[in-house]
Design a protein around this ligand. Structure first.
Ligand code: KG4
Ligand code: ZN
Length: 356
């Protein structure tokens, strides 16, 4: 079979990272030729969370520069691209629009296909950036905006097995940190302080743990943490107890998901996957189930454009890029598995708009 190579520019702007990457896919093997991720953490830090308007402005300021930088690193001209992929949802609509318009403009100017990508598909495929991770596998996506189990059977073939019915786990970390005045983003700060605390000191709920199924909930835990803080709980003990509660929920739901799907590969992605206690808990669960835990390097666990470029390249190579990419609109909500989402229309509230 002749070698098939596609080179794709990817753009990601759906939350608070402005990212661009150039990726070359040759017979299923990917090579990142250039990539840049600009985080807006400092701009949002005073507010203890991502402010959509600030994010949109920052993306507008940085998008062109990011694309130019990724192209420069790749050392190719626009005529060296076979397609442009950009996140077109779900996410904060202002930011999504910036990336989408930038991507469409480049595609139109270079007269190449534009491939709109679901941000969740990017995360779902992210282990394939660095690992020989063939389909199928079970994915736990756990970040500030998402917390869900996906069975990834192939390109474009995903089933959502369960999701948070309210907040994402990362959001609970961020809110805990905000309550305790630990700064933003909260996850790393909570993890650091938890190391010196007693995980059984504060009695916290494990929402939905004893209910069947793979759905999760973190809003009640967040409220319980706030109450314990108001009642004067020691911050280190509270962080340790909170982290233990999140670990217990994720571990038990993951155990069930592995049992239900009989998958032998468990991929964990999203910013919360950086948490060492959570990783250790998932590792133990995977081992007990005879499965392997695959955790992409942190820079590909969190939001990045390489995963968007990969999704675009895989779609282009497989003939799965839409013919009408240029007319696709930005979607604040866009479940990866529309069938499961339709069956559970109650899911998906919240200001980050990306939980569906
Ligand atoms: O994937 P990500 O960079 O962005 C999206 O939310 O899409 O994830 C960021 C989230 C934040 O909520 C942050 O607090 C959390 O991941 N996080 C952590 C850790 N590092 C980042 N949560 C727990 N422990 C960590 N070490
Ligand atoms: Zn993400």
């Amino acid at each position: 079979m002749p070698e098939r190579t596609v080179t794709v520019l990817g753009i990601e702007t759906s939350c608070d990272e402005t990212a661009a990457a150039v990726l070359r896919l040759t017979n299923g093997k990917s090579e990142i030729l250039g990539e840049t991720v600009r985080s807006q953490t400092e701009a949002h830090a005073p507010y203890g969370g991502v402010v959509p308007e600030i994010a949109a402005r920052a993306h507008a300021d940085l998008a062109d520069f990011s694309v130019a930088r990724a192209m420069e690193m790749a050392g190719i001209g626009y005529d060296g691209l076979d397609g442009v992929a950009a996140t077109s949802g779900p996410g904060l609509i202002g930011g999504v629009l910036v990336g989408l318009m930038t991507g469409k403009a480049v595609a139109q100017a270079a007269d190449i296909p534009f491939i709109p990508i679901n941000h969740l598909e990017g995360h779902a495929l992210s282990p394939r950036l660095t690992e020989d991770c063939s389909f199928p596998y079970l994915l736990l996506l756990v970040s500030g905006g998402h917390c869900q189990f996906l069975e990834v059977r192939g390109l474009g073939d995903y089933t959502r097995l369960g999701t948070t019915i309210d907040d994402a786990a990362g959001e609970a970390f961020d809110k805990t940190a905000k309550k305790l005045g630990l700064g933003f983003p909260g996850g790393p700060a909570v993890e650091r302080i938890a190391e010196t605390g007693n995980p059984s000191a504060v009695d916290l709920p494990r929402p939905l743990l004893n209910r069947p199924g793979l759905d999760m909930s973190f809003a009640g835990l967040k409220t319980a943490v706030a109450r314990a803080a108001d009642e004067g709980a020691d911050p280190a003990d509270l962080c340790a107890s909170f982290q233990a509660a999140v670990c217990d929920v994720l571990a038990e739901k993951t155990r069930r998901a592995l049992e239900q799907t009989e998958q032998k590969r468990l991929v964990v992605a999203g910013g919360v996957a950086a948490n060492k206690a959570i990783r250790a808990a998932l590792d133990a669960i995977a081992e007990a189930a005879g499965a392997r835990l695959i955790a992409p390097p942190l820079r590909y666990c969190t939001d990045n454009a390489a995963m968007i470029a990969l999704a675009g390249a895989e779609r282009l190579a497989a003939g799965l890029a839409p013919a009408d990419g240029l007319v696709v609109r930005a979607r604040p909500r866009w479940p990866l598995d529309e069938v499961s989402a339709m069956q559970n229309p109650a899911y998906g509230g919240g200001k980050r708009g990306a939980k569906a």
